[in-house]
Design a protein. Structure first.
Length: 205
């Protein structure tokens, strides 16, 4: 399993480079990413989350039992693009493997998207994705552009999550002195990273 970079790690907020499809290490990376995704009980994982600045992510929605068959997929997305999207947006409640302890972040996503990408066999593919699958794709696609759930929080949502983090710190008798949400979240992630004693439930993507 590859170590997952947490909020505060620079690589998570950088725009990724195209994946070199001739790179012989690519299949090894993909294999390791699927392993990491499985062990984390996640449904999506982007290369920057494991410290690789490449436009690549993996999705496995098979673990969501209630999902309709046409939204179940185990797929690699190399150099993905969103070709077109629906007018209609849906409100989605998301978590991120790089921001453990923070869940239920409400984000607006396109309900349906048409995408292109190269798969594991390096074949060019075009697909229309909808529902949960479209949402997961958009979450992972954001990662390739250095965009995190925290960037999409409203002021009000930041306050709510800040209070939640403050409670975790209080419960663990950890003193802190941070005024804004980003700083206190970075501090919390450093505790998860360094001391490894703040256990957290597995999140989503
Ligand atoms: Zn994520």
């Amino acid at each position: 399993m590859l170590p997952i970079h947490l909020y505060g790690s620079d690589i998570l907020e950088k725009v990724c480079d195209d994946a070199d499809l001739k790179d012989k290490n690519l299949s090894h990376l993909i294999k390791k990413m699927f392993k990491t995704l499985n062990k984390s009980n996640g449904i999506g994982l982007a290369a920057p989350q494991v410290g690789v600045n490449k436009r690549c992510f993996v999705i496995n929605t098979n673990i969501i039992r209630e999902l309709p068959k046409d939204e179940k997929i185990r797929e690699v997305f190399l150099n993905p693009l969103i070709i077109s999207f629906s007018d209609k947006k849906i409100s989605s409640s998301e978590g991120c493997l790089s921001i453990p302890l923070i869940s239920d972040v409400v984000v607006d996503r396109y309900e349906e998207i048409k995408v292109s990408y190269y798969n594991q066999k390096l074949e060019y593919c075009e697909k229309t994705l909808k529902g949960k699958l479209a949402v997961v794709f958009q979450h992972e696609f954001d990662h390739l552009n250095g965009v995190l759930l925290t960037h999409k929080l409203s002021k009000g949502q930041k306050e709510i999550h800040k209070k939640y983090i403050e409670n975790i710190l209080l419960e663990n008798q950890i003193t802190y002195s941070f005024d804004n949400f980003e700083d206190i979240l970075k501090y919390l992630m450093s505790l998860v990273n360094d001391r490894n004693y703040l256990s957290y439930p597995s999140c989503l993507t």
